[in-house]
Design a protein around this ligand. Structure first.
Ligand SMILES: Cc1cc2nc3c(=O)[nH]c(=O)nc-3n(C[C@H](O)[C@H](O)[C@H](O)COP(=O)(O)OP(=O)(O)OC[C@H]3O[C@@H](n4cnc5c(N)ncnc54)[C@H](O)[C@@H]3O)c2cc1C
Length: 386
């Protein structure tokens, strides 16, 4: 990330205002909005004021320029209260990062201030109905016609697809290219004629934030919307954002795992059975011990990867380990929290059932956990050649 490394005080101040905002304006409303799957419009306005839409954008363009480490702390803090909110600014920031790293000077000057203020919000449009993990199999096609491109295809699962206005859109500019990635390009696509939101996708969890299918029918973009002004770099642009994306998912997972633990530590002291708090039953203690260890280990791996990223090191293995371990910790902790809460864990009056519905997405997004283990193994071999 091309971030300025602020002093510790500045970063603490930002975290402090976020914590205050979460306690005052978010915590009291989460369950109502979540259960009815309502987009948190007011919270989004407050997130603009807090600068969250520019969290990792250079101050030169009006962003906060946070380091990956501080950004991860922000994401974890938000996710402890409501993970969906971090999705509203995270995929937006990956789009912003693509422009910041790979855009032309004109693209940076035009888009980054609008992204940082939240005036123009959006995300990443990579996945298609027939291509997720295997991104090089996408079929959305951009055909060159003079100094413009005509785009046709379908994208699915696009976060912020309904409420957002602008997306980093991955397409094929040359479907015959070998290797396939050489025929892939990234565009900055604002909504307009030919860009349709075809449907809102219903989900088990990750409510409040909109996920949509997008259809492009003879959607025209001029050449100045091609990221960096060159064809064939789309896959590189997409992959470049993934290391930070994985640290982000790891941080969200830490938020879920930690909240599940904190709720359980509280509840286990209040709930009594057989004349004593359940925290004094060894079976519950075993679960608490396991949960706390998972949570701490997830946090350690996540910040280890974030710090290495801030030092400019290659971190695909570290970010992969953090994402893999932390997301599995989120799943396991949310289930253990449900066991500890007994029937109340299954009730909509407690946050546990939400954590349990939100956690599995962390194992799927930004590269599935199967892929993470494969990436870790490949890096392990590459770094330890005999
Ligand atoms: C709520 C939600 C929000 C999302 N937001 C976005 C978004 O904003 N933008 C966007 O572009 N996408 C988004 N996605 C899509 C997400 O990135 C994909 O779902 C994910 O990459 C997996 O792709 P897939 O669903 O096509 O699964 P597939 O690729 O079909 O995988 C199915 C299974 O096969 C396994 N598998 C596949 N290939 C291999 C292999 N080579 N070796 C071993 N195992 C393999 C996978 O691990 C998985 O278990 C979102 C998804 C969800 C559910």
């Amino acid at each position: 990330m091309d971030a300025i490394h602020h002093d510790a005080d500045f970063e603490e101040q930002i975290l402090d205002s976020i914590r205050k905002w979460l306690d005052r304006d978010v915590r009291p409303h989460v369950e109502t909005l979540e259960h009815d799957d309502i987009y948190p419009t007011e919270m989004v306005e407050q997130m603009k004021e807090l600068g969250l839409f520019g969290a990792t954008v250079d101050p030169e363009y009006g962003g906060l320029g946070l380091s990956a480490t501080t950004y991860a702390r922000v994401v974890q803090t938000v996710s402890e209260v409501w993970m969906s909110l971090s999705g509203i600014f995270n995929s937006h920031l990956i789009m912003a990062q693509i422009v910041q790293r790979h855009g032309t000077p004109e693209q940076k000057a035009h888009y980054l201030p609008k992204f940082a203020s939240g005036e123009l919000r959006g995300g990443l449009a990579l996945t298609e109905p027939d291509a997720g993990t295997d991104l090089q199999a996408i079929r959305t096609r951009a055909v060159k016609d003079g100094d413009r491109y005509v785009i046709n295809g379908t994208k699915t699962w696009i976060s912020n697809g309904i409420q957002g206005q602008c997306f980093a859109l991955l397409v094929k500019t040359n479907p015959e290219a070998e290797p396939r990635h050489k025929g892939m390009s990234m565009f900055i696509a604002e909504k307009g004629p030919g860009f349709k939101v075809s449907k809102k996708l219903e989900k088990m969890g990750y409510k409040g934030i909109d996920s949509a299918e997008l259809i492009f029918e003879d959607y025209v973009l001029t050449k100045d919307h091609l990221v960096g002004g060159v064809e064939g770099k789309g896959m590189q642009n997409a992959l470049g954002g993934l290391e930070l994306g994985r640290i982000n998912i790891a941080a969200r997972s830490c938020g879920i795992a930690k909240r599940a633990l904190d709720e359980s530590v509280k509840y286990a002291q209040i709930r009594k059975t057989f004349g004593k708090p359940i925290a004094e039953h060894q079976a519950v203690q075993l679960m608490l011990g396991e949960m706390a260890t998972r949570s701490e280990a997830a946090i350690a791996l996540t910040y280890n990867a974030a710090r290495a990223y801030d030092r400019g090191e290659r971190v695909d293995m570290e970010a992969g380990m953090a994402k893999y371990f932390a997301s599995e910790a989120a799943v396991a902790n949310s289930l253990d929290a449900m066991r500890i809460h007994g029937g109340y864990g299954y009730s909509k009056e407690y946050p546990i059932e939400r954590l349990y519905r939100d956690a599995p997405l962390m194992c799927i997004g930004e590269g599935t956990n199967e892929m993470q283990r494969i990436i870790i193994a490949k890096q392990l071999v590459e770094r330890n050649r005999v």
